[in-house]
Design a protein. Sequence first.
Length: 231
Amino acid sequence: MQAILQHINSVEGVIGSAVFSDKGEVLAHAFPSLIDVPTLKKAAALTQEGLYGLQIGQTLDILDLRYAEGRILVKAFPGAMLCLLCAKNINLQVLFITLNLAVKKLESLLPKPGVPAASGQRAEVPAAQDGAAGTLRLRVSHLANKEAGSSFDSLGMIAVSQPTSKYITDYYKAPFKKLKLVNEAVGTSGTFPVMVMNDMSQQYDGAIIVGPGIEKKLKVGEGDRIVVALG
């Protein structure tokens, strides 16, 4: 992939390029050293959330974001998306010729799924890391859009994706409206109403989404594992 990205970067006006998976992972990148991997991960999460929020992921050809001093171009293709940082005066006609060839090569390099999913089917929730019998632990996450996270946080609520909701229900063999979260590392806990959110990025599957207030109360951060029990 690196060689393909370097070839794209050779087009006049392209500053850097990266391939993001449909889960918001950085698969490959060719950016100046000023733009590091953590920055690209944030960009991947924001881009993925934007595509889902606008519901254009399946029909999008090129997303063109224009700024005063540059442009960000996103081209989606099956299983991934190509993100380019460009000068504001980039020649799109020349770039598109290169992109059409590059995307075909990138598609062939992406890992093939073992069994094709049915149309509209979401991936399975990643297996939870269980400790003692009957204890469910899931990772903490928060929305890339801080305003959205603060909105349900202000109601004292946490959120989960539909697949995560089904996973918790199947695990405890009971429906739920509230969940008790326990941070074993520092001994904090709380019971919160749960909002089940539809059409979320797969990066949130297997996660408990908390806003800044609850994150502070439980003394947890992004990626921490917490005990999840029925409230």
